[in-house]
Design a protein around this ligand. Structure first.
Ligand code: ZN
Length: 304
């Protein structure tokens, strides 16, 4: 039923009008929104929370329209990771997300030249929309992982603000550059092979490179999804936790390794198709309000 709702609302979004199901959901949440939260952008409300809510951990809604109850903080440093840009306070996630980072970073630390992983944004303490940057990352299930191989895991708070990751792309993302290594391949492969992972976003040239280099089992390539940007970091998206009824999974990636599709992305970068002069102008996006989010998100904000 949730999935049907998602398909309906996604379809409605594509044709630019709201399905009845979606507007009903909006009305039912609207009635529950306290006066103090009406007419306020949800990102202002979520951005003002410095701590997770004292609730049991549950993600509500979808990756781009939801929130996180009972979020936990990824420790700023661990045996094989460091969280970067601490001033953003976006190192919060669902507990399993922290477990995943422990596991993947300890694998990364086995790779020559890598002490572990530098972790970029996860989510705000209570998830939700952000004041800047991402559209997704709202459930505590999305993780940005830097492409820069960590040489040290004793970076100071200041260094974590000033050091930058490095880009892996050449020709606007059609190819990888000389920063790309087999270790990147192995780390993305380990991430994609993890059953907790739903998909990974990375620039098209990297996917094609991995398609060409992989001589063994190719099943994991299915989860590697070519996307814009994502050449300074890759983005791991975890599945909704088992039993979390209010959490809306995305449809799984199409069957197969997706390598043909990635090659098409590359061709379109190298030889951009002419733009359609009759294409409708993209509508400016309206900022989400509380009535757009699952009604549980109101409790998430209100809880201590
Ligand atoms: Zn991301």
């Amino acid at each position: 039923m949730v999935r049907l709702f998602l398909i309906l609302s996604a379809a409605a979004f594509l044709v630019g009008c709201k399905s009845e199901t979606e507007s009903q959901a909006r009305v039912s949440t609207q009635a529950a929104v306290p006066a103090s939260m009406k007419g306020v952008e949800a990102r202002q409300l979520f951005g003002a929370k410095a701590q997770g809510s004292r609730q049991s951990a549950v993600p509500y809604g979808s990756y781009s329209k939801g929130c996180l109850a009972g979020g936990v903080q990824l420790p700023e440093s661990g045996p094989t990771w460091q969280a970067m840009r601490l001033s953003r306070n976006r190192n919060w996630g669902y507990p399993q997300t922290v477990d995943f980072i422990r596991d993947l970073s300890s694998f990364a630390a086995t790779q020559p030249g890598w002490k572990g992983l530098y972790i970029g944004d996860i989510s705000q303490p209570r998830g939700g929309p952000m004041l800047s940057g991402h559209r997704s990352h709202q459930l505590g299930l999305d993780i940005d992982i830097w492409m820069l191989p960590p040489q040290r895991l004793n970076l100071s708070t200041k260094e974590r603000e000033s050091i930058s990751s490095i880009s892996m792309r050449k020709n606007k993302g059609a190819y990888v550059n000389s920063n790309w290594t087999r270790q990147h391949h192995e780390i993305l492969k380990a991430a994609a092979s993890d059953p907790r992972v739903a998909r990974i976003f990375v620039f098209p040239g990297a996917k094609v490179q991995m398609c060409n280099d992989e001589k063994g089992n190719r099943a994991w390539l299915r989860k590697i999804r070519p996307w814009w940007g994502h050449h300074y970091h890759f983005h791991v998206r975890l599945n909704c936790p088992k039993g979390a009824k209010g959490c809306v999974d995305q449809n799984p990636p199409p069957a197969g390794d997706g390598c043909k599709d990635a090659e098409k992305w590359v061709q379109d970068i190298l030889f951009p198709p002419p733009s359609d002069p009759n294409a409708p102008k993209p509508k400016p996006r309206r900022e989400l309000q509380m009535a757009d989010l699952p009604r549980q998100c109101i409790n998430v904000l209100q809880s201590p």
